[in-house]
Each structure stands twice: as structure tokens, then as C-alpha cells.
Write a protein that binds this ligand. Sequence first.
Ligand code: 5GP
Ligand code: MN
Length: 342
Amino acid sequence: ELRNRIDKDLIREAKELLNNAVQISIIPHSGPDGDAIGSSLALYQYLQKKGRQCKIISPSAYPVFLNWLPRNSEVMVYTKDKKDADVYLKESNLIFMVDHNSFKRSGDLEGYLESCDTKKIMIDHHPEPEAKVDIMFSDITMCSTCELMFEFIEALGDLSMIDESIAECIYTGIVTDTGGLSYNSSQPRTYQIVGALLFRGIDKSKIHSNVYDNFSIDRMKLLGHCLDQGLEVLSEYQTAIIKLTKEDLKRFNYRDGDTEGFVNYPLSIRDIRVAVIFIEKDDMVKISFRSKGNVPINKLAREYFNGGGHMNAAGGRTNKKLDVAISKFKEVLPEFYQSLEL
Ligand code: 5GP
Ligand code: MN
């Protein structure tokens, strides 16, 4: 049905917390993506319009292709601005936990968030929420936290406060979390919300262009190298693997976010259902998993690679060497593949 999907009782409780809060912190997940930063900036602008004192504290830096977002320069980055952020956070009496549902994904803020008794509201769309918070807006049927943020603001009775700038941020998260409205975006309500955002005057093509046609030359070459040198297709298991070594990243002057979206390319190979990218970092290997259809790749991420996520998009990591991580994946793949009902 084409109507707001927020629980009215929860909204009443949230209103009360909001009314009592003097200073508010908004925290996206570590290594924030378009949805995490988009939903944080939407909430930030909304709360400021309501005359509330608030700040976004991002646990870590994020891709340059998100720097064009309105009010981006006002985001505090914890790894760069630890002192000021610590003070602000300690003085806050309300914390919004945005686009993540476990403090394990709050980066260096994990310990503090876990132990502080500041009131917390979660706004998120990932399965199996595990963080202890006071109010949980958790809905896995939402394509993005940004979609949920729209519903949240509307449910608070403030639809009219969503201006073009807030709408831009919300649209960015919807687009980046669905691969440009390709996957995980089949609910009519999503398009009603997109319609409302367009009605606010957003320039859809400009946003797409800012997000997708924004590669540095190095980034484009890194992608080319990755697909050329790093691709391995395991046809038997309808799986394709790509990888990037530390040396690759160095050679192409890696910047935060440069590998965003690379994992989706192998999924375009005919008959491939699972794509994985292994990225060698200083102290670990970061792994991104993507799948098509009824292939719960988040299970594999959770069971074998200290991660999790959505059915068709998940992440994980390991302290093992790059080659060992890839071997381990190949080792567990046959059993996973056989367990699927294809
Ligand atoms: P990415 O591959 O872009 O890092 O992550 C893909 C999806 O999986 C995102 O929705 C992200 O939030 C989720 N994800 C990534 N890493 C983890 C993790 O360690 N735990 C959980 N629960 N989700 C993750
Ligand atoms: Mn998201």
C-alpha cells in the first residue's frame, strides 16, 4: 500500500526524546557510503531546520564522489577530528545511529557507543539488528536508510520541511543503495517517494552524474587493471572473483572510495550469480560480496568472513593473507553453492 510505513507508537516515543534533547549527534557507519552519508545529511539539515543543535560525526573518511553533497563540509570525521568530536559526543543527550545496526560498524566509536548511557535512536534497514538502543527504526523492506529517513520525517509530520537540499541527499542514498534503482527497489512506495523528491525540484541527472561519472583517471585505470589482471571465473559455481593487491592500490594512487562498485562488474557476466572482490589493506583483507536472485551471500559473509549485510550485498574481512583469504573462499564455495535452491 502506498502509505507511510513507520510505527506510530515508536514515532511518539521518538518525538519525546527529540523534544528533550539539547544537543544531538548523528553517526553513520564507518567507511560511509552514499546511503549512510545521504541519510545523515538529510537528518542533519532537517534537525537544523527545526532549530536543533546537531552534528554528524562520521567514524572515518568517505569517497570524494560524495563530497558534492549539500553541507558535506560540515561533517566531522572522527579519525581527523577526534578531540572535538569526543567533546561534542559526550555533551550530546541524543545519538542517532544511522545506516548500521551493530556498534561493530561504528569504527573507533564502538567502545564509547557500546558503554555510554546517552539515549540512542537507530534508523537502519539491515537485517538482524544487534545494537542496544532506546528506539529502533529498523525495516529491511526499505531499499535504503534514506528511504526510511523520508518516512521518518514524514511520520513526524514534517513532510513540508523536506526541501530540495534534503531531497538531494535522500535521493542519493536511494540511488547508491539500489545500483541506480536496479536491484532491491521493486516496491511502488519507493517510486512514490522518488516522485515526492522530484517534486521538491531535485536534478536527477545531475545527481547520477555526480555519483557515477566522477571517476579520476587513476580510478578508471585501477578498474581496468582489476578486471584485466584480477578476474577469475569459477563457472561451475556461477561465481566470479576479482582482487586488488596493496601494490595495485599504490600503483594507481588509491583514494578512499576508489574501489566502490567494482564488485558489481563481474555480476554482468552471463550466468554469474555471485561476485566477490578481495582488497588487500594494510592490516586486513576487505571483502565485498554481491549476488543475484535467491542467493543469500550475507550468510557466507557472516559464517566465514566476520561480516554480514543484505541477501544480495554483504561485506566481511579477514586478518589472513590475500591468497589465503581467496583459497578459503574457494574452499567453502562448493558447499554454499550446493545449499542453494536454484
Ligand atoms: P560493502 O561491500 O559495500 O562494504 O557492503 C555491502 C553491504 O554489506 C552494505 O549494505 C554494508 O552495510 C553491509 N556490510 C558490509 N560489511 C559488513 C559487516 O561487517 N557486517 C554487516 N552486518 N554488514 C556489513
Ligand atoms: Mn544502506
